[in-house]
Design a protein around this ligand. Structure first.
Ligand SMILES: O=C(O)CCC(=O)C(=O)O
Length: 267
């Protein structure tokens, strides 16, 4: 499975791209069961990161909005997805190989939780200790992601903007802070990225993106692969606990090794 040249050009110009279906119904079911087990505590998991919305989960036994990182290191159900040849071929169409995993994440937006917005951001703001800035994310929907349940929105072309700020400048009380900056080169026109269950969606690490709450009676679940082309190096130190830390790789070295698995060779 590959992107055609038109799709690759679209990604280069716009910084995002809807991809084809990469997971079967069976795989989706297996991932959802595993996620359910991690969230309800029947599967033990060492790195549960609960977002700011945890306290709202008290209502009617709903689960909190949760982000879990590096699942592949602890759970073979997730590690198996990294062997998905379709994901690998598509990623290699957009990035120089060998493509490696930088970090994976599960993001869960509970039903009827309109406050589970993910503030507008650029991923690279949190990854500036690795370079160059040409990582990309493969975001895989486990439920149909729609405008109503809080699908991702992007600003086309924003990955090519030279907007300078640091993590410390961000107004964390305003989820649209990035969109409202006075120095943006043009008026922002966000686009909603609806993704059918099992399909993938790619975005560049500088693309402005964010998402809103879930108004529906179903959770919105996704499994997210933050990927890096083969030449990405560690160029600095980790500087806050919300950013992915670089493990077992010295400053200046290419980021690789058991914590950063290579996707299979494309066919
Ligand atoms: O799942 C979302 O709504 C946003 C995900 C995101 O920010 C990312 O994958 O970089």
């Amino acid at each position: 499975m590959h992107f055609n040249q038109e799709q690759i050009d679209f990604f280069r110009t716009n910084g995002y791209l809807l991809g084809p279906r990469v997971l079967s119904d069976e795989q989706i079911k297996e991932l959802k069961n595993r996620i359910q087990g991690i969230l309800d505590g029947s599967v033990s998991f060492p790195q549960l990161y609960k977002g700011e919305t945890v306290d709202r989960s008290k209502a009617k036994g709903q689960l909190p909005s949760v982000k879990i990182v590096n699942l592949h290191r602890h759970d073979t159900t997730f590690a198996k997805i990294l062997e998905n040849i379709d994901v690998s071929c598509l990623a290699h169409d957009l990035m120089d190989g060998p493509v490696r995993l930088w970090e994976d994440q599960m993001i869960y937006k509970p039903a009827y939780d309109e406050k589970t917005a993910l503030a507008w951001h650029q991923d690279y703001t949190y990854w500036s200790h690795v370079s160059p800035a040409d990582l990309a994310t493969c975001w895989i929907a486990l439920d149909d992601a729609t405008v109503d349940n809080g699908c991702m929105h992007v600003v086309p072309g924003s990955h090519r903007w030279d907007v300078k700020y640091s993590r410390d400048d961000i107004d964390v009380t305003d989820s649209e802070w990035l969109l409202n900056r006075p120095d943006l080169p043009t008026k922002v026109t966000p686009v909603a990225c609806e993704v059918p269950a099992g399909h993938c969606h790619f975005h560049h690490c500088r693309t402005f993106h964010g998402s809103y709450g879930n108004k529906t009676d179903n959770p919105r679940r996704s499994y997210v692969l933050h990927l890096m082309p083969g030449h990405i190096r560690r160029t600095g130190n980790d500087w806050n606990d919300r950013m992915a830390s670089v493990e077992d790789v010295a400053v200046g070295e290419v980021i690789k090794g058991p914590n950063y698995p290579e996707l299979p060779s494309p066919v």
